[in-house]
Ligand binder design. Structure first.
Ligand code: FAD
Ligand code: UDP
Length: 370
């Protein structure tokens, strides 16, 4: 870093880019580094070899109830309306996921109305209190059979753990519906960046006060660079040299596929495979992006322990280990820790943007107008 930078931002994903933009806007000279050869972090998208816009690190669908967050991002992109839909394969048949009226009627050969579905769920649910684990959450809302068919196998593949070993918040991401709503999310704002995420990041990081250097690992420059402040968005355990042991992060392997003979092969954006195959889900990007072109590209996700850290693993023991790192972070002068990896939070993109806006407001002295 040369003398003309005030702040070093480690990581060019949502957490780093929002902080960089806000600080640059407030007159700071910012250097953003990332160890990857591109900006946009896990939201990175690009044209594949067939000219199809794909998400390198798995499907990213933007959704939020935060008007302020949506308005902030709207400075850097136009939007395409998109409501994500998911089907789950159970015994060779496709069912709406989250579980809704159609799922229950089709699965059990019933013809229930909304009140009937609510009454049915009341008879099969296994009341649990308190709702401490993800197993509690699922059994409490839909009972054993639906749990086994839709949740236990998927969760085992995704996390390498049983539902009972994960905090309640993991399964609580998925609602249960008694109506026919088959959208994956019910947020007020559901849109995709019209020209893609990387284009959004290019505009966000295009401020003249921001310099970007890619392919640089913080570990290689941390002791040599002069700076007054650091915004760190990488894994918190790595920052502190794993002094309290490695925090578990779940990784993924992505298998990108292309079908040149078809325009689209799936009826919806994502198909989940709770019980069959080694992958958890397959996503077809053209549903998400609306791109019109010949051929179609898809990605299969396989979860694994080794590799890039993608998911913090929400369970009490990990939270306790994180708290020890957080205490060090709170006492670390001149460093802001923000983002999914640094805060060890199972954050969606909008939550990371919200956390970064808050963190940046503390640094610039502006009010965090929520
Ligand atoms: P990241 O995007 O991970 O960025 C951190 C950056 O820091 C990375 O680019 C990394 O290379 C860099 N870095 C780390 N350590 C160093 C170092 N030592 N030196 C230099 N650089 C470093 N959210 C949604 O809202 N909707 C979705 O549909 C959705 N789908 C997802 C699907 C998958 C498969 C995954 C994994 C996540 C998904 N998310 C989704 C979550 C979303 O990816 C995150 O909330 C968001 O991208 C996190 O932003 P971040 O800046 O905190 O982290
Ligand atoms: N889940 C499941 N079956 C599904 C979809 C989700 O059991 O068909 C559980 C699983 O534990 C998963 C969690 O719900 O990890 C959250 O799902 P989500 O789709 O939000 O995961 P993400 O998109 O973050 O990978």
């Amino acid at each position: 870093m040369n003398e003309s930078h005030d702040v070093l931002v480690v990581g060019a994903g949502f957490a780093g880019a929002v902080c960089a933009e806000r600080l640059a806007n407030a007159g700071r000279r910012v250097l953003v580094i990332d160890r990857r050869p591109h900006i946009a972090g896990n939201a990175y998208d690009h044209l594949d070899d067939h000219g199809v816009l794909v998400h390198r690190y798995g499907p990213h669908i933007f959704h939020t109830n935060g008007k302020r967050i949506f308005e902030y991002l709207s400075r850097f992109t136009d939007w395409r309306f998109y409501e994500h839909r998911v089907r789950a394969v159970v015994s060779g048949q496709l069912y709406p996921m989250p579980i809704n009226r159609t799922t229950i009627n089709r699965l059990y050969g019933l013809d229930l109305d909304e009140a009937g579905v609510a009454a049915y769920l009341e008879t099969v649910r296994v009341p649990r209190s308190p709702l401490s684990t993800s197993e509690d959450v699922v059994l409490n809302s839909v009972g054993s059979d639906l749990c086994e068919k839709f949740f236990r196998g998927y969760t085992r593949k995704q996390w390498g753990l049983d539902l009972s070993q994960l905090s309640a918040g993991v399964a609580a991401r998925i609602p249960t519906r008694t109506n026919d709503d088959d959208r994956y999310f019910s947020d007020t704002f559901q849109f995709m960046p019209a020209a893609g995420y990387t284009a959004l990041f290019q505009r966000m990081l295009g401020h003249p006060n921001i310099e970007i250097r890619l392919g640089i690992d913080f570990a290689d420059i941390r002791t040599t660079l002069l700076r007054t402040h650091t915004v760190y968005t990488g894994p918190i355990d790595a920052y502190f040299g794993y002094c309290f042991g490695r925090l578990p992060y779940r990784s993924l392997r992505f298998e990108h596929l292309h079908e040149s003979a078809s325009d689209r092969v799936q009826e919806v954006g994502t198909i989940n495979y709770p019980n069959d195959h080694a992958w958890t889900r397959i996503t077809e990007f053209k549903h998400l992006t609306g791109q019109q072109c010949a051929g179609t590209s898809l990605v299969r996700e396989y979860a694994q322990d080794e590799g890039e850290p993608y998911y913090p693993v929400p369970r009490p023991a990990n939270e306790a280990q994180f708290k020890r790192y957080q205490a060090l972070a709170n006492a670390e002068p001149g460093v802001t820790f923000v983002g999914r990896l640094a805060q060890y939070r199972y954050y969606n993109m909008d939550q990371v943007v919200g956390a970064a806006l808050k963190a940046a407001a503390l640094l610039t002295g502006e009010p965090a107008d929520e």
